[in-house]
Every structure is written in structure tokens, then in C-alpha cells.
Design a protein around this ligand. Structure first.
Ligand SMILES: C[S@@+](CC[C@H](N)C(=O)[O-])C[C@H]1O[C@@H](n2cnc3c(N)ncnc32)[C@H](O)[C@@H]1O
Length: 259
């Protein structure tokens, strides 16, 4: 089986990519970077521009690159001011020291050779330039049950090994950043929980934003209703006690400096 490259997956998703929390995470990444306006900012793996648009609104001089042509086309249509270009993160077509700040939202963990990408980012940043990147948050405790159910219905690891993999992934990225010449400054867990009154409204949200609907369609019809019933009963357990259901949405933010 030939695995598609990460950008090919996103090229096909360009039309539907994004949600309000992804935009919020982009705004938080810019705020967290504490970079000084006006500065020359590069958004690596910009996608539909969640980070680039926030940077533009904050007053930065923005350039955006992405390897997926469909993402670049959509971003160019929606927000030409961020100067979207089709380019790969591991071969940046910019001069040494061209930027004061580089940001990368939800992208570095997708890349086959993050060490090379950190090297390129280091090269295009000026001395004392800032790199700010985000990665998905760890699965929180109260949702482990959902991952357990999913691991029985789908070919995916159980919750404990997912947590271990996630931790290892973040460590590996930070390690590659250091090897490329960055000094890690800060890490922040940003959380934006959503509260639902009952299991039906939480289910509806998870179907839409949590990708449950897409996942469920992959199941044979016979397994579909059993899966839905298990998830509903899990949600019902969460509402016991009357406190409603908290859907955790979070992003892990990192800030490093090129000394
Ligand atoms: C999860 S999306 C994140 C998009 C955006 N940064 C955000 O926060 O919404 C990952 C993006 O990385 C892009 N990408 C994947 N491989 C890439 C590469 N080698 N170089 C540049 N971009 C790449 C994908 O096309 C996709 O748009």
C-alpha cells in the first residue's frame, strides 16, 4: 500500500478544512508568540490561514506557504494579503534571515523529516527571531472511554498508547528544534472547553466537529448502530450528576528562540 504524503491528504480536504476552534488556536498562537509588531512573519503549512489571518489582523507583514496546491488556491482567494505560495516546509525558497518570526500551526508533527524543517526555519529566521508552533493537545482523562470504544471498532491504538505516542511526538519535536539551534522558551496548554447540557447535544456536536460522523460512515452498517449506542451510553454516564458534558478543546503551544 502506498501511503499518501501528508500534504496530499490535506489537498483533498481543502474545501472542508477548518472550524471555529482551529481559528481560535491560530489567534492564540500569535498572541503566545509575543512577537513584536510590525515584523516579517512566515506561516509554514498555512492551510486555510487560521494562523496567517490572525497574524495579519495583529499587524504583521505576513507570508504564507503550504505544499498543498488546493490550500494555497483557497487561501489566495480568501486572503491574498498573506501572499500564499505553494512550497514545501523542508525547502523554503526565502533568503537567510528573511523573517523575524516563523509560526507553524498543527503541522510539524505531520512532516516526515522535522529536523530538516527546523533547519530551514532556523536559516530563514534572523538572529533572536522567534519560532512559535502548535500541536494538538493530549487526550484528556474524561474522554479516555471514547478512545477505548473507538479502538475496538476502528484500527487504531488504545488510549494509553495514544497518550504515550503523543508525549513522545512532542518530545521528539522539541529535541529536533534544539538540534537545529533553537532554545525552547515556553510551553502552554490553551484550553477552550465547551459545555453541553445533555448527551444529545454533545452527540450532535461530536458528529459535526469531532469527526465522528466521518468515522462512523467507515464502519459496516451492522457495526454502526452498536458503535453509536456505546458512545451514547458513555455520554449518558458523563451527564450523571447533572453537571452536563464538557468537550475539551485544546492546543499545546511552544515558543523557541533562534539565538
Ligand atoms: C493540519 S493543517 C494546519 C493548517 C493551518 N496551519 C492551521 O492551523 O489550520 C496542516 C497543513 O500542513 C500542510 N503541509 C503538509 N506537508 C507540508 C509540507 N511538506 N510543507 C508545507 N506544508 C505542508 C498541509 O497541506 C496542511 O495545509
Amino acid at each position: 500500500v502506498i501511503q499518501p504524503e501528508p500534504y496530499e491528504v490535506y489537498d483533498n480536504l481543502a474545501e472542508v478544512y477548518g472550524d471555529p476552534f482551529i481559528d481560535e488556536a491560530g489567534e492564540q498562537l500569535i498572541r503566545f508568540s509575543r512577537a513584536v509588531v510590525p515584523g516579517r512573519l512566515l506561516d509554514v503549512g498555512a492551510g486555510r490561514g487560521a494562523v496567517a489571518k490572525a497574524a495579519l489582523a495583529a499587524g504583521f507583514d505576513v507570508s504564507a506557504i503550504d505544499r498543498a496546491p488546493a490550500m494555497v488556491r483557497m487561501l489566495a482567494r480568501e486572503c491574498p494579503a498573506v501572499r500564499p505560495q505553494a512550497m514545501s516546509a523542508d525547502e523554503l525558497d526565502f533568503a537567510d534571515g528573511a523573517f523575524d518570526i516563523v509560526v507553524a500551526g498543527y503541522v510539524l508533527d505531520l512532516l516526515p523529516d522535522p529536523g530538516r524543517v527546523f533547519g530551514e526555519i532556523h536559516r530563514v529566521l534572523r538572529g533572536e527571531g522567534i519560532l512559535a508552533y502548535s500541536e494538538p493537545s493530549q487526550v484528556t482523562h474524561r474522554w479516555l472511554w471514547l478512545h477505548e470504544i473507538a479502538s475496538r471498532y476502528f484500527a487504531r491504538p488504545d488510549a494509553a498508547s495514544m497518550q504515550a505516542d503523543h508525549h513522545r511526538m512532542l518530545e521528539t519535536l522539541a529535541h529536533s528544534a534544539k538540534r537545529a539551534g533553537f532554545t525552547m522558551l515556553e510551553r502552554l496548554e490553551y484550553e477552550s472547553p465547551l459545555l453541553f447540557a445533555d448527551e444529545t447535544s454533545a452527540w450532535r456536536f461530536l458528529q459535526k466537529e469531532g469527526g465522528l460522523a466521518r468515522a462512523t460512515r467507515e464502519l459496516p452498517p451492522s457495526a454502526r448502530s452498536a458503535f453509536a449506542a456505546e458512545v451514547m451510553s458513555g455520554l449518558l454516564h458523563m451527564t450523571r450528576g447533572g453537571a452536563g458534558i464538557t468537550v475539551d478543546r485544546g492546543v499545546t503551544l511552544f515558543r523557541a528562540i533562534r539565538l
